[in-house]
Ligand binder design. Structure first.
Ligand SMILES: C[S@@+](CC[C@H](N)C(=O)[O-])C[C@H]1O[C@@H](n2cnc3c(N)ncnc32)[C@H](O)[C@@H]1O
Length: 472
């Protein structure tokens, strides 16, 4: 396809809708390696988009990126024999945006068609617009349920997992990993579809009050014209149904923070699990960017506790410093490899958190492009580091001290396979039982097994894992 991209609008042509242009721009940046959650705000700002246009551009961008696998599978069937790989990537992006408007959002078909064809004409050229027009027509001829059937028939020879992967827009290997961890956490493979569907919705904006009361945060939210609701898991958490947390005073002055309820629970587990004996020095071994450190710092206010926040990378330690600024001396910062800490100070800390670096496949809702960038080998590559960090955490804890190991991945290679290497060395507290005392009653009822494994479909959180251990 020839590249006839015009740089300016020409008389007689319909200008492209600014929100769709923003979405296309971000998709191009993501193709070049950018992260959507960083590229989108900057692009929105440059385009000076606000209000409804901003909301539409955000939904369109994130939704299209999440559903890219499904849209590509459908587009492949609509290009009538043309090799997908030979189509201009910009045209593919325009088609993905068009498919998402028709199939994933409530945009009227004629509006989605016109805007998409127009975008192709203005950004690529008239040759491309004819092609896009034809493909869009084919996409619009079926409902979502009908496309599910067509995908099932088309991919039948590759097996049911390939079909589910395409229908739910995930790489197939993630289905294998989730299946194993669903079973390991007491659920069944029949639940897989629900988890995958939950990954395709936007993550809720949850807020943790830290240096202010819950009531103050609720009032702040209302003043910022947001709609605050109760959390699903944590009694203190607030969820914004609508509105921009960046407008809230308590978010701006960091006395509260935007944080997934699963992450809030991990901070509460570290701070609230029962412990015998001295309880004054805590270590957060992998603290960057500092979300859990800040929540922990909020929880220890008024207690005689010093939190030591350690982070390997200096730029991430700067983020921790910023996150804990409202808490003054309660948090001491350290820069270094968590694994060397124990050698310097064995048997020192009363409570140790290892929020380990991990493959991150439990937080796909909030990182729309992540599922397409991660690889099946990512978890394997983290295991030695994770086990090394947990070993060091156990060494750094005092006898009788508590260790919390957590990941934002449910992959058993990063969760059970790591923790089980140490359970013959330490007494293991039953995490789930401890956790039940901290959450809204009933919200963890479906979890069985000794450790905590949250799921986006059941708990409306990231798929966080946590285990509590007590050192002998
Ligand atoms: C999952 S993140 C922690 C998130 C953090 N606890 C929060 O809630 O904001 C893991 C962190 O561990 C850091 N890290 C990686 N290797 C490390 C090591 N050997 N020692 C200490 N920190 C490390 C990474 O830079 C990253 O910031």
């Amino acid at each position: 396809m020839t590249d006839e991209r015009p740089s300016t609008w020409r008389p007689g042509r319909m200008e492209s809708d600014p929100a769709r242009l923003v979405a296309l721009d971000v998709l191009e940046q993501v193709r070049d390696g950018a992260f959507a959650n960083i590229a989108l705000p900057a692009t929105l700002k440059r385009a000076n988009l606000s209000g409804k246009g901003r909301g539409f551009a955000t939904n369109l961008t994130y939704g299209t990126l999440r559903m890219q696998g499904r849209w590509d599978a459908i587009i492949r069937m609509c290009v009538q024999g043309r090799p997908f790989e030979e189509i201009d990537p910009l045209v593919i992006d325009i088609l993905r945006l068009g498919a998402h408007q028709i199939q994933g959002l409530d945009v009227a078909i004629h509006a989605a068609m016109n805007e998409t064809v127009n975008l192709a004409r203005n950004e690529v050229g008239s040759g491309a617009s004819g092609f896009v027009n034809a493909v869009m027509h084919r996409i619009s001829e079926r409902t979502a349920a009908e496309w599910d059937e067509v995908l099932a028939a088309e991919l039948a020879d590759q097996g049911p997992k390939a079909v589910l992967a395409a229908q739910t827009s995930h790489p197939e290997w993630i289905l294998d990993v989730y299946e194993k961890s669903l079973v390991a956490s007491g659920r069944t493979v029949a639940d897989l579809g629900d988890v995958l569907a939950a990954n395709n919705g936007p993550a809720r904006v949850a807020i943790a009050p830290r240096a202010v009361s819950r009531e103050t945060v609720m009032n702040d939210a209302r003043e910022a014209r947001a709609t605050p609701l109760d959390g699903v898991l944590m009694p203190d958490a607030i969820v914004l149904e609508r509105g921009n947390p960046g407008r809230m005073q308590s978010i701006r002055d960091q006395s509260a923070g935007v944080q997934d309820e699963g992450s809030q629970l991990v901070a509460h587990l570290l701070a609230g699990a029962p412990l015998e004996g001295r309880d004054e020095e805590w270590l957060d071994m992998c603290a960057g960017p500092g979300g859990k450190t800040a929540t922990i710092a909020g929880l220890v206010q008024g207690r005689n506790v010093r939190v030591f926040a350690n982070e390997l990378h200096d730029h991430r330690l700067d983020l921790v410093a910023n996150a804990v600024a409202p808490f003054g001396d309660a948090v001491a910062l350290r820069e270094g490899d968590g694994r060397t800490l124990a050698r310097e100070e064995p048997n020192r800390f009363d409570r140790v958190l290892v929020d380990a670096p991990c493959s991150g496949i439990g937080s796909l809702r909030r990182r729309p492009e992540a599922r397409w960038r991660k690889t099946p080998g990512d978890a394997e590559g983290m295991m030695e580091l994770q086990a090394g960090l947990l070993a060091a955490a156990i060494d750094a804890a005092r006898p009788g001290g508590l260790i919390c190991y957590s990941t934002c991945s449910p992959d058993v290679r990063e969760t059970l396979d790591i923790v089980n290497q140490f359970t013959d060395r330490v007494d293991v507290l039953d995490t789930v039982d401890v956790a039940r005392t901290m959450v809204i009653p009933g919200s963890l009822d479906t979890i069985s097994g000794p450790y905590l494994q949250l799921w986006p479909d059941e708990h409306d959180t990231d798929a966080m894992f946590a285990a509590l251990l007590i050192k002998k």
